[in-house]
Design a protein. Structure first.
Length: 554
């Protein structure tokens, strides 16, 4: 159980062993005074006269053992905590290094609740094992551990499910209230909380009999040994000094055993947590090398790309080319594979078949850092740090000057709302950017991408949730990008077709396949799927005009 944890101790592994040795020696020092007490009371029990010199010696031994126990206990805990926190540091660093190589999509699929619990609560709880249970709990028996392990998997599975449900319940509170879905949402919330309760109680019920047995017998060993021992003495099966020795040692050993057993319930938890951390790190890392970008240009090529979420394939041999310096739009109905292609290009996942190339170089033949230097990705859900808007934009290029940040904000059409803010670009964004509207956050994120000045820009439905005014400003900002000093290869995933009619190339996706590609006019002539999308877009535009004029939805 401790083997994997000790692997992360590194140079502090010897410190862990030293803490165990020191703590065990301390336990011996806590037991020896009771033996000394026995030596003090043994002579009177046998009718002998006590030797004052020996009595003084045993009394001094009791005092010395007490002092040594205190010193050893403090030293043992100091060593164990030093080793524990160093091991936790090594564990977190190792996890960080491994997770940086994992597909970002896989990490996001695990859920915020699961990752938060794993990286904070679960790792911190291992400190109990290393700093206390390991050096102090070696006397713990294995029956309760084996019983607890049989239930702990279900317990933690239910905990993960409950955590994710709580996070989703809180994040979706607005939708729940607006659409009067309190009943359905609360039933799921209640069901998962009840499931966590039931699995927790089932686990504890397995452990309770052993806990009750240990806690009822060990503190009362003297009550058991006194009548039994007295009977044995009266029957001449034993002697009074022997009974005194057993009683003294029962007082001396009971407390350390109870202390050790108090950590027993944590051991199955820690074992499972270590296993869960190993499972997190066992996911296949992204296929990449340490090589830099060496493509001949910034043409993007999707070559017979296949991709499957778990077991279900969602892209079926998609092939298309995005020429350097061009604007290419990906359109299609929801679930057609547009966003999946974008995520594969920025290496959220590895393709399950085919290849994606940048300038002729396979994405898997360069480092993720090298790829990130070549591509800026702006999605419909962008995160702002709780710092100034200036620093949020500067995240695109940390070495940028304030003037360069301001220029990027101007190109992203941010000045219109920055001028309204009391502190301008130095205004704090708030948690997740809550001080700004959705459209304003998107423009800050686009400014971040502009400042990065990557040769390839991917806009994944960046205007999906914007009102017409913000969408117009966002389109103007995109036009600024295209007019930059260096030609950009821009890929736009759009759901409003009127915003991409002037694209150099429009690629129509349908159920994970490329239906057609061409200009707006070409597709209107020959592509039934695009014609249907365009008719729907035109109908939506007419609906909006009629509704605004008539004062009611028609």
């Amino acid at each position: 159980m401790f083997k994997k944890v000790l692997e992360y101790a590194g140079e502090y592994r010897r410190t862990t062993y030293a803490s165990i040795a020191v703590m065990l020696l301390g336990v011996v020092m806590s037991v020896l005074p009771y033996f000394s007490i026995y030596r003090l009371i043994a002579p009177p029990l046998t009718g002998e006269l006590a030797n004052p010199g020996q009595s003084l010696l045993w009394a001094a031994a009791i005092a010395l053992c007490g002092v040594l126990y205190a010193l050893l206990y403090v030293k043992g805990l100091s060593l164990s905590h030093q080793a524990a926190y160093s091991t936790l540091r090594n564990l977190r660093v190792s996890l960080q290094g491994r997770l940086e190589k994992q597909p970002l999509g896989v990490i996001k699929e695990k859920g915020t609740g699961t990752l938060k619990k794993m990286f904070t609560d679960d790792i911190d709880s291992i400190e109990l094992l290393l700093a206390h249970a390991l050096p102090e709990g070696l006397a713990a028996m294995g029956a309760m551990y084996r019983a607890g392990t049989s239930k702990v998997g279900d317990y933690y599975a239910s905990a993960r499910k409950m955590n994710n449900t709580i996070v989703e319940y809180i994040n979706g509170m607005e939708v729940v209230k607006v659409f009067n879905r309190d009943g359905d949402s609360y039933r799921r919330f209640e069901q998962d909380v009840r499931g966590y309760r039931d699995f927790t109680l089932a686990w504890y019920k397995v452990c309770w009999p052993w806990m009750a047995l240990y806690n009822s017998i060990l503190p009362c060993v003297a009550l058991f040994t006194l009548p039994v021992g007295a009977f044995l003495v009266l029957k001449d099966y034993s002697t009074l000094p022997d009974l005194a020795l057993v009683l003294c040692m029962s007082f001396g050993t009971g407390a350390p055993l109870l202390r050790a057993l108090s950590f027993l319930a944590a051991m199955p938890q820690v074992s499972y947590k270590i296993h869960a951390l190993e499972q997190l790190m066992s996911a296949l890392p992204l296929a990449q090398t340490e090589a830099p970008f060496s493509g001949r240009d910034h043409t993007v090529t999707f070559d017979r790309v296949h991709f499957a979420y778990r077991e279900e394939e969602v892209l079926h041999g998609v092939s298309l080319t995005v020429p350097e310096g061009s604007l290419t739009a990906l359109v299609g109905e929801s679930g057609s594979g547009k966003s999946t292609l974008a995520k594969l290009l920025v290496h959220y996942y590895d393709v399950t078949g085919g290849a994606i190339r940048l300038g002729g170089q396979d994405l898997r033949d360069m480092s993720l850092q090298a790829l990130n230097d070549q591509i800026s990705y702006v999605s419909q859900e962008q995160f702002l740090f709780n710092t100034s808007l200036l620093e949020n934009i500067r995240a695109g290029r940390l070495t940028a000057t304030d003037e360069e940040v301001m220029e990027a904000a101007r190109k992203a059409q941010c000045m219109e709302f920055l001028d309204r803010l009391p502190e301008g670009i130095h205004t704090m964004a708030g948690d997740g950017g809550k001080q700004l509207s959705g459209g304003e956050r998107q423009r800050i994120c686009l400014a971040r991408a502009i400042l990065k000045d990557a040769p390839v820009i991917v806009l994944d439905e960046a205007t999906a949730f914007m009102d017409p005014e913000n969408e117009e400003k966002m389109n103007a900002a995109i036009a600024e990008v295209l007019r930059g000093d260096r030609p950009k290869t821009v890929i736009v995933i759009a759901h409003r077709l009127h915003s991409i009619v002037n694209a150099d190339q429009i690629c129509v996706l349908d159920k994970g396949r490329l239906a057609d590609a061409g200009t707006h006019e070409e597709l209107l002539q020959r592509c039934p799927r695009y014609q249907k999308l365009w008719q729907a877009a035109q109908g939506s535009a007419r609906w909006g005009i009629t509704a605004s004029k008539g004062g009611e939805n028609r």
